[in-house]
Design a protein around this ligand. Structure first.
Ligand code: NAD
Ligand code: ZN
Length: 416
């Protein structure tokens, strides 16, 4: 991250002269010495099958990429839900490490933590992981490797980023959502005092390894839910991808491998592109373009105690914001209907009664959520809506009357 503060700067050794355009920082005397450096981040993201087939060298090459001569210590932390669904996983990892023993050392036992929101909610799991990292003397040249859904990756990522101020961390996402969105990014977090993602960091990983084979054991509901993140990013960034999703909706809804792999990969690439080239990888500004459809989704997840899954809530949030965009005159009429039809064809619902829940003052709970969302981010309210399919637009106000009208529309549609 570079320490930049608007204005041209001339480096004059220790002292830097600042000619500010915004007039805030103008010192040319000895008051300010600008510390400035930048660190380029890079990490590989792989898309493959058979990551732990013994003959596949990729994992070893990635772990040993800075030193092929030494043995690298690896602590695995694995999602219990995945381990139950894929009982051979532990043996695959053990066999792989045996086949690559010259460069890899498996720290045993493999650690298991629950999948889903519980691991982000119960801080005892964080402490257990910290204990393991300490007990196994994981240092800044060893690896903490997380295998699991977005929740496990978020929790392990936080622990890895903060142990010794950051140990090497490899993510192996195993849900559609974590492969096509959350796993390829730079954020981690756990919930605190009921507030989602309150404690977290920005910490680019050592590598992300997306193995499509993991998706085969995913429950139907989870596998569908994650597609909404691909719809989201297509809607704000890539019309062609959106048209492709429309054309391939039936294949996606029935998990045809070729369609599913392309959907995951293209979505992940678009998320990666936004992080690398959007100009704000660590979200210092007010805009969060990748959070289209998310302002209501976050609240809906909390309101339903996570019975509505993140991806499912995002589908409803997309439907709401698409209708809102039409009501606000931003998106041509009919495009809202088109988007809703796609979501439904994919098997995603667009309505949940909690969307119209109110607090004690009669205010829509999701509007209270909007306020909380802004407090979490700080800065000006900035919400991405749609100008057309494939083109997002930022607004700085959400009008309650349009939200009410959009909700009525969604509810009426659901009844038909
Ligand atoms: N860090 C970010 O940028 C970011 C972005 C979006 C979402 N998230 C977070 O991701 C989380 C949601 O992640 P998710 O949708 O991946 O779900 P999840 O992590 O909640 O996992 C869902 C369920 O699937 C199980 N599971 C995981 N992989 C499996 C597999 N291959 N086979 C069988 N079962 C498996 C888990 O045990 C869990 O029960 C939320 O906490 C959300 O806040 C983070
Ligand atoms: Zn999301």
């Amino acid at each position: 991250m570079s320490a930049s503060q608007g204005g041209d700067r001339t480096d004059t050794g220790e002292r830097m002269e600042t000619k500010s355009e915004n007039g805030i920082v103008k010192a040319r005397d000895d008051t300010l010495v600008w510390q400035r450096f930048s660190v380029p981040y890079q990490y590989p993201v792989a898309f493959l099958r058979g990551l732990f087939r013994p003959e596949n060298p990729l994992f070893t090459e990635i772990v040993a990429r800075d030193d092929i001569a030494k043995r690298h210590r690896c602590l695995f932390i694995v999602d219990e839900g995945l381990a139950t669904a894929a009982p051979d996983l532990e043996k695959s990892i053990t066999d792989y490490f045996a086949a690559h023993a010259a460069q890899l050392e498996l720290i045993s036992p493999i650690m298991y933590i629950p999948g889903g929101e519980i691991v982000k909610r119960e801080l005892a799991y964080i402490e257990r992981m910290q204990d393991a990292i300490h007990a196994h003397a994981i240092d800044r040249h060893s690896y903490v490797i997380a295998i699991g859904g977005g929740a496990v990756l978020d929790a392990v990522g936080l622990v890895a980023a903060t142990a010794h101020r950051g140990v090497r961390h490899i993510r192996i996402p195993t849900t559609v959502l974590s492969q096509n969105d959350s796993g390829v990014g730079v954020k981690n977090a756990v919930n605190f005092k009921g507030i989602k993602n309150y404690v977290g960091t920005f910490a680019p990983p050592w590598a992300v390894l997306n193995d499509f084979d993991f998706l085969d054991t995913l429950p139907h509901r989870e596998r569908i839910a994650g597609i909404s993140e691909a719809v989201k990013v297509a809607l704000i960034r890539d019309r062609e991808f959106y048209l492709w999703i429309e054309e391939n909706a039936d294949q996606l809804a029935t998990f045809q491998p070729e369609a599913e792999e392309y959907m995951v990969r293209r979505s992940a690439e678009l998320h990666m592109h936004q992080i690398a080239h959007g100009g704000d990888p660590f979200e210092a500004g007010s805009a969060r373009p990748l959070d289209f459809g998310h302002w209501s989704a976050h609240k809906l997840e909390t309101l339903t105690n996570h019975h509505v899954r993140h991806g499912e809530a995002v589908a409803m949030g997309i439907a709401l914001d698409a209708r809102y965009s039409v009501l606000a005159g931003l998106l041509p009429k009919g495009e809202d209907e088109r988007i809703v039809v796609l979501l439904e064809t994919l098997g995603l619902r667009i309505w949940h009664p909690a969307l119209q829940g109110t607090d004690a003052n009669g205010t829509l709970s999701i509007l209270v959520g909007l306020q909380e969302f802004q407090e979490h981010l700080g800065g000006d309210l900035t919400i991405t809506l749609l100008n057309e399919v494939g083109v997002g637009v930022e607004v700085h106000e959400i009008k309650p009357e349009f939200v009410h009208q959009a909700l009525d529309w969604l509810r009426a549609r659901e009844r038909n």
